[in-house]
Design a protein around this ligand. Structure first.
Ligand code: UD1
Length: 417
């Protein structure tokens, strides 16, 4: 199993290019199931989750090729299964994104239930209730969810909580339903807005993406399209947190500052100096990092996917800070590992109190999930001595060439196989 060896401390400085957003690429790829023409996607990151989605689509009858750095997805003739098997879903919960498109296009889908995962129980009840509101019949059997509908009909649905992939599933299904669908309490993440742009480019009619209410006029068919994926705000944000934490000076290229606003606002409060110009964000870390409390929340709140990295930063702040995780339960698995590196963190349910600053010292630590891995890598860069981060396969699910990007910024990170 691959691991990272990091020799610290290093100050991150220089410029780094943002990769395309994994979480925007996954629904965009699933959208290839909605038409019988090719979909050409630019800036899809080369990370493990994208490979997994590619394999799932292959299984469902969509072939893929890389042309001039773009991903071309071409649906083949029918006769392919309408099923997402357990082997694929268990490694990536986002496989559930094929549910809506398969149902809308083929009238049937069978997807393995994702089950629990390291960051808590993550049900898909809202995806299913939403599809039912469009006329689907839902049944659960043998660990699989099966949905059927001869024709989806436009309807009204209010999400009990904003769910990102749930909203995306419904957007895709409603785009091929008969009539108008009104969705309320939708997720408002930039990835939702990106998916709406793609679907509208395929001929769909979606209004209100980025707001709580979306109105979707169903179409009889959608066509192929070309689309460039937005920059990954979580990946980019990770490097900007690293810049602040190591009192560094990092310029992130190709990123959208508006998408990163919740983080940038927070880093400014921590004392970082932030310069925004079109297509680039420069962050210079302060000599003294000010502690700030934080609560994660759906967009436009502070993203749960940056919570672990932010906790690493707070271990270096001058004083006490408190982080509340409200989106997922059990998402503090990085805390005990940070403590093994010298941090002083007290976890109580969904809240963690971090007493800074404590010098971090290198240690062997274990990555438990995607974002926790990034937190430990940042801690390793800031820590004195050698850190080994085990189980880097979590990191490889979502960070493109992280060791190369960090090396470019001056960190001593190597991958050991
Ligand atoms: C997406 C992101 C993930 C991010 C998360 C929250 C992708 C591929 N993944 O995950 O990186 O951490 O958003 O920003 O885009 N919930 C239910 N019932 C449902 C659906 C969700 O109770 O049917 C709950 C979840 O358990 C969680 C909350 O709603 O507590 C938000 O989850 P959701 O937005 O659905 O996360 P994902 O879409 O899986």
């Amino acid at each position: 199993m691959d691991r990272f060896r990091i020799l610290g401390p290093s100050r991150l400085a220089g410029s780094v290019e943002a990769s395309g957003a994994k979480n925007a690429s996954l629904p965009a790829m699933a959208a290839s199931l909605l038409s019988d023409e090719p979909l050409v996607l630019g800036r899809v990151p080369r990370v493990r989750d994208i490979t997994t989605m590619g394999r799932l689509l292959e299984h469902l009858g969509v072939s893929r090729a890389h042309e001039d750095g773009r991903l071309v997805l071409t649906p083949r003739d029918n006769g392919n299964p309408d099923e997402a098997p357990y082997e694929l879903v268990k490694t990536m919960r986002a496989s559930v994104l094929v549910l809506g498109p398969l149902l809308a296009r083929r009238g049937h889908a069978r997807v393995s239930l994702p089950g629990g995962c390291a960051i808590g129980v993550r049900p898909i009840d809202q995806h299913l209730a939403g599809l039912e509101a469009l006329g689907a019949e839902v049944s659960l059997e043998h660990g699989y969810v099966e949905v059927r509908a001869r024709h989806l009909l436009g309807g009204r649905f209010r999400f009990a909580m904003p769910t990102v992939t749930g909203t995306e599933n419904l957007m895709m299904a409603a785009s091929l339903a008969r009539g108008t669908t009104v969705l309320d309490n939708c997720a408002r993440e930039p990835e939702i807005v990106d998916l709406a742009r793609l679907l509208n480019g395929m001929g769909a009619s979606i209004e209100g993406a980025g707001d709580e209410r979306m109105v979707i006029e169903g179409r009889e068919r959608l066509h192929g399209a070309e689309h460039r994926i937005i920059a990954d705000r979580i990946e980019g944000g990770t490097y900007l947190i690293g810049a602040t934490m190591t009192r560094g000076d990092v310029t992130l290229l190709g990123a959208e500052a508006a998408d990163l606003a919740p983080l940038l606002h927070r880093l400014a409060e921590n004392g970082a100096d932030i310069e925004i110009s079109p297509d680039r964000i420069r962050v210079r870390g302060p000599s003294e990092i000010r502690p700030r409390d934080l609560q994660t929340a759906p967009h436009p709140g502070f993203p749960t996917d940056l919570q672990a990295q932010y906790m690493a930063l707070m271990t270096q702040a001058q004083g006490v800070s408190e982080i509340s995780e409200t989106v997922f339960e059990n998402r503090f698995q990085h805390a005990p590992e940070l403590m093994r590196m010298g941090a002083d963190i007290r976890v109580d349910g969904g809240r963690a109190q971090i007493h800074g600053p404590n010098p971090l010292s290198g240690a062997q630590v274990m990555a438990t999930d995607l974002r926790a891995s990034a937190c430990l890598v940042l801690a390793g860069v800031a820590a004195r001595g050698e850190t080994e981060v085990l189980r880097i396969y979590h990191l490889d699910r979502g960070y493109e060439g992280m060791e190369l990007k960090l090396q470019k910024l001056g960190a001593h990170v190597e991958r050991l196989r």
